[in-house]
Design a protein around this ligand. Structure first.
Ligand SMILES: Cc1cc2nc3c(=O)[nH]c(=O)nc-3n(C[C@H](O)[C@H](O)[C@H](O)COP(=O)(O)OP(=O)(O)OC[C@H]3O[C@@H](n4cnc5c(N)ncnc54)[C@H](O)[C@@H]3O)c2cc1C
Length: 369
């Protein structure tokens, strides 16, 4: 990182950060990406739904190529609202099938595309402080970012900085931008392996509601099954009890001889929103601006949309379009409103467990609107 002044700085190299960096660098902007991690061996989010096709196309990638490298996702099988097993095949989707992702590999491929179009990505670079332009920064019009690399803190600056640091939203938190949490959803995940690697080629995402939350399972390209349980963090429920109550996911694991491996991984998973303009010169994108309940299956879609959207707004603003950032803000707000009403409808369609706190809370939320 020899230069200290850039046209734009992107914090975080997940899908949102790679989309932002790709758009900025493609538009000829000198772009620095700062990513805290040097490698990733696990990440939540294994399904790339078909409607993501236009967004991955902007990277010069396509879903059929990704299916070759990862694995095909044929649709969604659900037990939700009643005991019937329903199959929704992507056969009828205009974009075709989705992708079951090796997630670290997918994120690395997007990052690689950003580098290929000219972005500079520094890994092992943890952002530790920020001072926006109104506070002076290095020069009055620049946002200064302090970043720790190999134990040394350096200052870098740019007219525009995009916070793509995921749910941790480092810049937003440092700048005191409040987050609005829509619900206290929490996910616990475990990998399961069968007796042989080829035991299960199930190409469907399987979703099931249970009395204290809901489960999903998906076979990832390695042949392992990811099993994820979602409940509220204050409820006394866990993955094992959810599997014992399940009529689809639990029996699949038992019948196919799957056993758990590795530790349980946990993550906040509720919907959350904050204003996209955190401070002058600082925008947020991806989970840092709008995080979705995984039930919506639109986290990566949303991260790519807002990553591109924030970067396009930065490029347009620098080119003299004074309304570009306001339009980005309006787009995020419209998506948030639309997501919240769809989310309420989805939870309201499960009434069997309405006497349990997890569902009662969501039904109250739905009836209040
Ligand atoms: C249980 C669960 C299941 C999910 N399943 C799906 C799914 O099937 N399909 C789907 O589309 N989405 C799914 N998602 C959501 C999806 O994974 C996220 O929406 C997506 O990863 C958000 O991308 P992002 O780029 O905004 O953030 P992230 O992918 O979180 O990337 C943020 C990056 O910022 C870096 N960073 C953080 N702090 C700093 C710092 N101080 N300095 C520098 N870098 C920093 C991090 O290391 C990270 O690489 C799921 C989420 C959960 C919790």
């Amino acid at each position: 990182m020899t230069d200290s002044t850039w046209d734009a700085i992107v914090v975080g190299a997940g899908p949102a950060g790679s989309a932002a960096a790709f758009a900025l660098a493609s538009a000829g902007r000198r772009t620095l990406v700062l990513e805290r991690r040097t490698s990733v061996d696990f990440k939540f989010g294994e399904l790339l739904p078909p409607h993501t096709a236009p967004l991955v196309k902007r990277f010069g990638l396509d879903l059929s190529g990704l299916i070759e490298l990862h694995a095909r996702a044929r649709g969604v099988v659900s037990v939700w609202g009643d005991a019937e097993v329903r199959e929704q095949d992507f056969l009828f989707n205009p974009y075709g099938d989705g992708v079951r992702l090796d997630r670290p590999r997918f994120d690395a491929a997007l990052r690689e595309r950003a580098i290929e179009v000219g972005a500079t990505v520094v890994t092992g670079a943890r952002v530790v402080d920020v001072s926006p332009s109104r506070d002076g920064g290095v020069e009055p019009e620049l946002v200064a970012v302090a970043v720790e690399v190999d134990g040394l803190v350096q200052l870098v600056s740019a007219a525009h900085v995009i916070d793509c640091s995921g749910r941790s939203a480092v810049l937003a938190r440092m700048l005191g931008s409040p987050r609005i949490d829509f619900d206290p959803l929490f996910a616990s995940a475990r990998r399961f392996v069968g007796p042989t690697a080829s035991v299960d080629r199930d190409p469907f995402l399987r979703i099931e509601s249970v009395p204290d939350g809901w489960l999903y399972t998906l076979v990832v390209p390695s042949g392992e099954r990811m099993v994820v349980f979602h409940t509220d963090h204050d409820l006394d429920a866990d993955l094992d009890s959810a599997l014992a109550q399940s009529v689809m996911v639990g029996p699949i694991l038992d019948e196919r001889g799957f056993v758990p491996v590795g530790r349980v991984r946990a993550s906040p998973a509720g919907g959350a929103w904050r204003t996209p303009l955190i401070a002058r010169g600082v925008l947020a994108a991806g989970d840092a601006v709008l995080a979705f309940d995984p039930l919506a299956s639109r986290g990566i879609f949303g991260a790519l949309t807002t990553g591109f959207g924030a970067a396009d707004a930065v490029v347009a603003t620098a080119d003299g379009d004074d309304g570009a950032i306001d339009r980005y803000i309006a787009d995020v707000e419209a998506t948030t409103t639309e997501y919240r009403s769809g989310h309420r409808r989805m939870y309201a369609s499960e009434q069997r467990f309405s006497d349990r706190p997890f569902w009662a809370r969501r039904l109250t939320d739905a009836s209040a609107h």
